[in-house]
Design a protein around this ligand. Structure first.
Ligand code: FAD
Ligand code: SF4
Length: 466
C-alpha cells in the first residue's frame, strides 16, 4: 500500500511586509498542481467523516475525487449541488473546527485541506466558465408557491437557493443597496474579495431568486404585510447587526467607532479608496481594537492597511481563549498587530476637543470558568495603566436589530433579542415564519448560518407541499 503523505500542501500567501499596506487578498490559492497533490492525499474513506462535519453536507470525497480525475466541471457540479457559495466558504469558513476536524487523517496528522480545495474548485469555475452564473442547472417545474426571504446574508442566500431549486417562487428582501450581508459589509476585501461574493450572489439569482435591494422589512412593509400580500412562507435571515458596547466612561468620544461602523465604512463604502470613494474614515496612528474575535482581527488589520503605525488588540482573556480563527490570529501577528492580552479598558480619555487620546486599562487574570466554560477574567486591583491611542474600535459582538421583532405580531424572542426557532427546522412560533442564522443564534459563522438556511428551506418545502 502506498505510504500516506501526512504533510498538507501549504497555500501561498502575500508577503506580510507587503500585504499590511494593501487590501489585496492575502491567501493566493492553490495552483492546479498543488490542488492535485493535496487532493491526492485523500484516502476516500468508506465512512465519510468529513461529510458528517459539514453543516451543508457537501459530498467532499466525491468532489476531491473529481479534482484527482482532472474533471473540474464535475467537481464544480458536485460542490454547487449542495453549496451555492463555495468561493466564500473556501475562504472564510472555519474548516478546522468542521469538516477538517472530523477528517479521518486529522487523527494521524494534518487533515485534508478541504477548504483550500473548495476554494480552488470555485476559483477554477470563475476563471474558466465565464457564464457560470448565467448557465445554471435547468429550472424545475414551478410549484406555484411564493416564499419571501428577508436578508441576503449566507443564511438567506442558502435558503433562497435551495427553495428556488425546489421550484418555489423566491423573493429576497435586502435592506442594503447590495446583497451579501456581512460578507459584503463586514469581512474585508483582503480576506474575501467582493467580486467573489457578487459572483455567488448572481449564481443564487440565476437559480430563480429575485433580489429586492433597499427593502427594509419592518419599515417599508412589515412581515405581516408581506404575508398578507400573498407569500405562502417567510424565512427570516436578518443576522445580528446591532453592535454591543463596553458602557464605560469616554466611550462617546470622537475617534471611537463600533467595529460595525468602521468595517462598513471601509468595506462596503470603500473608505479605503478615499477620495476616489467619498466615504471618510478616521485614519489613526495608534489604534486600539477591543475584542478578540474575527471582527476584532479584521478591524485591526484594516486599521493597519489604512496607515496606522501601532495597532493593538486589547483582549481580556489569554491567547488560548481568543475566539478568532487561529489562521487569522497568525496572519495578524505576522503583519505586526500587537496583542495586549489579559487587558481590559476601564475608561477612555479625551482631549479638550473631545477626541480620544488614551485607553486606561486594567491588567486581568483568569479565575474560575464562567457560563461559557472559559475561565472568567478578573481585574487585578491597582493594575491600571494607560495606552496612548488616537482611535478606538470596539469589537465586542453583536445582537439582532429589534426592528423586525418589534413590528411583527407573535414572534418570540429571547432576552438577547434573538428569535426563538426550532433548531432542526428553523420554524418559529409564528405561523408561516421560519428563521435561521445569526438572528437565531447570535453571531456565529457563515457555515452555521448556511446550515440553518438549508434546514429551514427543507422544512418550508415540506410545509408548502402539504
Ligand atoms: C467582520 C466580521 C468577520 C467575520 N468573519 C467570519 C469568518 O471569518 N468566518 C465565519 O465563518 N464567520 C465570520 N463572521 C460571522 C459571519 O459573517 C456571520 O455569522 C454570518 O454572516 C451570518 O449570516 P446571516 O445570513 O445570519 O446574517 P448576515 O450576514 O448578517 O446577513 C443579514 C442580512 O440581512 C439584512 N437585513 C437586516 N435587517 C433587515 C431588514 N429589516 N430587512 C431586510 N434586510 C435586513 C442585512 O442588511 C444583511 O444583509 C464574521 C462576521 C463579521 C462581522
Ligand atoms: S475524511 Fe478526509 S481523507 Fe477521508 S474522505 Fe473525507 S477528506 Fe478524504
Amino acid at each position: 500500500m502506498a505510504k500516506l503523505n501526512l504533510n498538507r500542501v501549504e497555500m501561498p500567501r502575500q508577503d506580510p511586509r507587503k500585504r499590511g499596506k494593501n487590501f489585496n487578498e492575502v491567501a493566493l490559492g492553490y495552483s492546479p498542481e498543488q490542488a492535485q497533490e493535496e487532493a491526492g492525499r485523500c484516502i476516500q474513506c468508506k465512512k465519510r467523516n468529513c461529510v458528517a462535519g459539514c453543516p451543508v453536507e457537501v459530498d467532499i470525497p466525491d468532489f476531491i475525487q473529481a479534482i484527482r480525475d482532472g474533471d473540474m466541471p464535475e467537481a464544480v457540479r458536485i460542490l454547487k449541488s449542495k453549496n451555492a457559495l463555495p468561493g466564500i466558504c473556501g475562504r472564510v469558513c472555519p474548516q478546522e473546527s468542521q469538516c477538517e476536524e472530523t477528517c479521518t487523517l486529522a487523527k494521524k496528522e494534518a487533515p485534508i485541506a478541504i477548504g483550500r480545495l473548495e476554494r480552488f474548485v470555485a476559483d477554477w469555475e470563475r476563471g474558466n466558465v465565464p457564464q457560470a452564473a448565467s448557465s445554471p442547472p435547468a429550472r424545475p417545474r414551478p410549484s406555484g408557491k411564493k416564499v419571501a426571504v428577508v436578508g441576503s446574508g449566507p443564511a438567506g442566500l442558502t435558503a433562497a437557493a435551495d427553495l428556488a431549486r425546489l421550484g418555489h417562487g423566491v423573493t429576497i428582501f435586502e435592506a442594503l443597496h447590495v446583497a451579501g450581508g456581512v460578507l459584503m459589509y463586514g469581512i474585508p476585501e483582503f480576506r474575501l474579495p467582493k467580486e467573489i461574493v457578487q459572483a455567488e450572489v448572481e449564481f443564487v439569482a440565476s437559480l430563480g431568486a429575485r433580489i429586492e435591494l433597499d427593502s427594509v422589512v419592518g419599515k417599508l412593509a412589515t412581515l405581516d404585510e408581506i404575508l398578507a400580500n400573498g407569500y405562502d412562507a417567510v424565512f427570516l435571515g436578518t443576522g445580528a447587526g446591532l453592535p454591543m458596547f463596553l458602557n464605560i466612561n469616554g466611550e462617546n468620544l470622537n475617534g471611537i467607532y463600533s467595529a460595525n461602523e468602521f468595517l462598513t465604512r471601509v468595506n462596503l463604502m470603500k473608505a479605503y479608496k478615499f477620495p476616489e470613494y467619498d466615504t471618510p474614515v478616521k485614519v489613526g496612528k495608534k489604534v486600539a481594537v477591543v475584542g478578540g474575535g474575527n471582527v476584532a482581527m479584521d478591524s485591526a488589520r484594516c486599521a493597519l492597511r489604512l496607515g496606522a503605525d501601532d495597532v493593538y488588540i486589547i483582549y481580556r482573556r489569554s491567547e488560548v481563549e481568543l475566539p478568532a480563527r487561529r489562521e487569522e490570529v497568525e496572519n495578524a501577528q505576522e503583519e505586526g498587530i500587537q496583542f495586549k492580552l489579559l487587558t481590559n479598558p476601564k475608561q477612555f480619555l479625551g482631549n479638550e476637543q473631545n477626541w480620544v487620546v488614551g485607553a486606561e486599562c486594567y491588567e486581568m487574570e483568569l479565575g474560575e470558568p464562567d457560563d461559557s466554560g472559559r475561565r472568567r477574567p478578573v481585574v487585578k486591583k491597582g493594575s491600571e495603566f494607560v495606552i496612548d491611542v488616537d482611535e478606538v474600535i470596539v469589537a465586542l459582538g453583536t445582537r439582532p436589530n429589534p426592528l423586525i421583532a418589534s413590528t411583527t405580531v407573535g414572534l418570540e424572542t429571547t432576552k438577547y433579542g434573538t428569535v426563538v426557532a426550532d433548531e432542526e427546522t428553523g420554524k418559529t412560533v409564528k405561523d408561516k415564519v421560519w428563521a435561521g442564522g445569526d438572528i437565531v443564534t447570535g453571531s456565529t459563522t457563515v457555515i452555521s448560518a448556511m446550515g440553518a438556511g438549508k434546514r429551514a428551506a427543507a422544512s418550508i418545502d415540506e410545509y408548502l407541499r402539504g
